[in-house]
Design a protein around this ligand. Structure first.
Ligand SMILES: *[C@@H]1O[C@H](CO)[C@@H](O)[C@H](O)[C@H]1NC(C)=O
Ligand SMILES: *[C@@H]1O[C@H](CO)[C@@H](O)[C@H](O)[C@H]1NC(C)=O
Length: 424
């Protein structure tokens, strides 16, 4: 008796200390596994930008259920680097199908890789499985039990292909920058940029965003500032379970407030990813109304239960929300700003976004439902290259399996009609 009480106490204590891993350990006896990896190294000097795509990065192999993905930028001693030195604009991680034996003559005509992105809604621009930016240190990515993101299903890759993973890391070194926020917002004048990466002229009204801070560009640094070249890595920890019938698969959808195709009456989504927030008018400033509210609608291809939700915003963001077709709130995600100097608590930067974990089955969406995305920013000052993304995980409702027909083999094989047996 005493022993049981002690055991219960121990479980209660452990549960309180580490709710997530233990909860997972209890997923019908399946063991939660975790591994930490380093991306290839990238190099930054004061003011420089690195935007690299790494193919075939280390990742757990096998038929698995992803449970979480946490990442941060570290230096070569493994020490976390604060955002005011290396601003993590974004990282994204995504599977793709790579051609096996690509050297053989038969394979010459085949594409070397085939994208294998998420389930929508911006397939061409936002197809990642996971992706965050400055908020990565304090944003939960945990997929609640009994759900999991299915990967490595051997039946998924087309014949002759295998699943691999790519990571894109976009980082901006702002040591010694004349305008740190301006560099992180990719203001074109700070980068001396009038043409884009491919030599095209930038539109006149384009004053900031990704086209001005691509790989190898340089932001303005204070004269005489000296800082050494740094060798950096994205360190990421993946947590997973082996795939089993006990895990309920979830689909990944990313919504983008910059896609105004539906309200504009266009048929194809146009996810521009970034947008611009204008400084509020003097009249609004007097009335204390310096908030920029951006709203759009996008279609969710397939419904089910929302089991997780989180928004992505940049500095200046003050919250985003996702609403069902009748307007009711599905999830609101609010930023946390840092208040200090140290990595994970940098003043002026978004260091975390709140997440939604609805009680399973309590937040439902349906096939083809038109969702509303809202993204709020402070318009106290102008912001360029901001984002308003909403990431959700949806567990589809299982379609009840048709009951097997009731069959007999005597005197010859025959079955009862299913209209008769379906009510048995
Ligand atoms: C941008 O151009 C100006 C003038 O041409 C120059 O003084 C400045 O150093 C340049 N800045 C960078 C970051 O290249
Ligand atoms: C966005 O701003 C509007 C207008 O001020 C407000 O009603 C709404 O609650 C805000 N949403 C979030 C998620 O902060």
């Amino acid at each position: 008796m005493k022993k049981t009480t002690f055991l219960i106490q121990l479980i209660v204590i452990l549960y309180a200390v580490a709710p997530f891993p233990l909860e997972a350990l209890n997923v019908r006896g399946h063991l939660l596994k975790s591994k930490t990896y380093l991306s290839p190294a990238f190099f930054l000097h004061p003011g420089s930008v690195s935007n690299k795509f790494y193919l075939d990065v280390p990742f757990p192999r096998g038929h698995l259920a992803l449970k979480s993905f946490d990442a941060e930028v570290v230096d070569e001693n493994g020490v976390p680097v604060p955002l005011h030195e290396t601003y993590l604009h974004h990282w994204v991680v995504e599977p793709y199908y790579a051609l096996k034996n690509s050297d053989s003559t038969d394979a010459q005509k085949l594409p070397k890789m085939i994208p294998a992105g998420n389930s929508g809604v911006c397939k061409t621009t936002l197809s990642q499985y996971y992706g965050l930016g400055s908020e990565t240190r304090h944003t939960a990515t945990w997929v609640p039990d009994p759900y999991g993101i299915e990967i490595g299903n051997p039946e998924m890759p087309p014949e002759g292909y295998e699943e691999k993973w790519m990571i894109n890391v976009h980082a901006i070194d702002t040591r010694g920058a004349t305008d740190k926020l301006g560099c992180t917002e990719c203001k074109c004048d700070l980068y001396n940029m009038t043409i884009d990466e491919f030599g095209g002229k930038l539109p006149k009204d384009y004053i900031g965003g990704l086209y001005c801070c691509y790989d190898q560009t340089q932001c303005q640094v204070r004269e005489g500032f000296n800082g050494e070249l740094r060798k950096l890595f994205l360190r990421y920890t993946v947590t997973w379970l082996d795939w089993s019938d006990a895990v309920v698969p979830v689909k990944i959808y990313i919504f983008d407030v910059s896609d105004t195709a539906l309200p504009d009456g266009k048929s194809k989504p146009a996810c521009r990813v970034e947008y611009q927030v204008e400084e509020c008018s003097p009249e609004n400033r007097i009335r204390n109304e310096c908030i920029d509210v951006k709203v759009t609608k996008q279609v969710l291809p397939r419904g089910g239960d929302i089991v997780y939700g989180a928004a992505h915003q940049h500095s200046g963001g003050i919250g985003a929300s996702l609403h069902g077709q009748d307007g009711h709130l599905l999830c609101a995600s609010l930023p946390t700003y840092g208040t200090g100097e140290e990595a994970g608590n940098e003043a002026g930067y978004i260091v975390g976004m709140s997440t939604c974990y609805p009680k399973p089955g309590s937040v439902k969406v349906s096939d083809g439902e038109v969702l509303t995305i809202v993204s709020n920013y402070s318009s106290d000052r102008q912001h360029t290259g901001v984002m308003g993304l909403f990431y959700i995980l949806v567990a589809e409702h299982e379609h009840p399996a048709p009951k097997p027909a009731l069959c007999f083999s005597f005197p010859a094989p025959w079955c009862l009609p299913t209209w008769l047996t379906s009510n048995l």
